[in-house]
Design a protein. Structure first.
Ligand code: ZN
Length: 275
């Protein structure tokens, strides 16, 4: 897995404005979003481990100061999303938010965060400042963020909804903190103590829970979720048409994940039958 952490410079993406006060400061694989709340900056996720220098550079290059990052909300507790969290807290006093279930995972089963796969001996799990609970409305400066717990990829994945502003216009952003099936194989679930693969149902219920939310802008957790980089290229070519504005995409993508989950589940059970 270590290939995911080396040569971060090759993954660097020049930061760009997605819409109004929402900017992209992530790399070509792991998304990080910066929201200018009007009174301090919020980051959604903290980037890959070993990518922190490039995250700091991206915040500067987007036209902001890293020491204005007051809050980081972590989508879930995997090593590729929490990389810069402690650095920001130690250096700038940034407050760290994560869902309770993954705070517990850090305490009791840090190995499920894959922190041991980081090539840096300095990386470790940590204690966030605030545990996010289901239904929380968090206030960051002038921004209000509606939070829901969407367990599945990990037990502590969060979905976030908030309004972005561009002049007088408002658009609702939707973010889903973790889609990968890598933690849903029979083998992995058994290792986690889930011998009846209950997590498949949990994952599906989480999709259903937020599927009907009205979303104008679907923000990715990884760039492949919402074709972040392709949209960035399209946007550059024709700045009059913002490809991030798409009212269908949220529902379409979550629906697609549901179907993929059914196929995945079937294949997993078939493979298990052959064992
Ligand atoms: Zn993950």
């Amino acid at each position: 897995m270590s290939h995911l952490f080396f040569h971060q410079e090759r993954r660097y993406v020049k930061p760009f404005q997605i819409y109004g006060n929402v900017y992209y400061v992530g790399d070509s694989w792991v998304c990080v979003h910066l929201i200018d709340t009007g009174d301090g900056l919020l980051l959604i996720d903290a980037g890959n481990v070993c990518a922190t220098p490039w995250l700091v550079q991206a915040v500067w290059e987007a036209g902001f100061r890293p020491n204005d990052v007051k809050w980081i909300v972590l989508s879930h507790g995997h090593v590729d999303h929490v990389g810069g969290a402690e650095f920001f807290r130690d250096t700038f006093g940034t407050k760290l938010y994560m869902a309770e279930a993954d705070v517990r995972m850090f305490r009791e089963h840090p190995e499920f965060s894959f922190i041991q796969d980081s090539p840096s001996v300095l990386d470790r799990v940590f204690e966030p400042d605030v545990c996010i609970q289901d239904g929380d409305v968090l206030t960051f400066g002038r921004l209000k963020v509606q939070c829901y717990l969407v367990p599945g990829h990990t037990e502590g994945c969060v979905a976030l909804f908030f309004d972005a502003y561009q002049g007088e216009e408002t658009k609702r952003c939707g973010y889903y903190g973790g889609f990968g099936f890598n933690t849903l194989t029979c083998e992995f679930l058994e290792e986690m103590g889930d011998r009846e693969y209950h997590m498949w149902k949990v994952y599906e219920e989480s999709l259903d829970k937020v599927m009907d939310q009205p979303v104008d802008i679907f923000l990715g957790n990884h760039t492949e979720n919402n074709r972040t980089l392709e949209k960035m290229e399209e946007f550059k070519k024709d700045p009059r048409r913002n490809p991030f504005l798409d009212r269908e995409e949220w529902r379409r993508y979550l629906g697609q994940k549901k179907e993929e989950l059914h196929v995945f589940r079937k294949k997993q059970l078939e493979a298990k039958g052959r064992r």
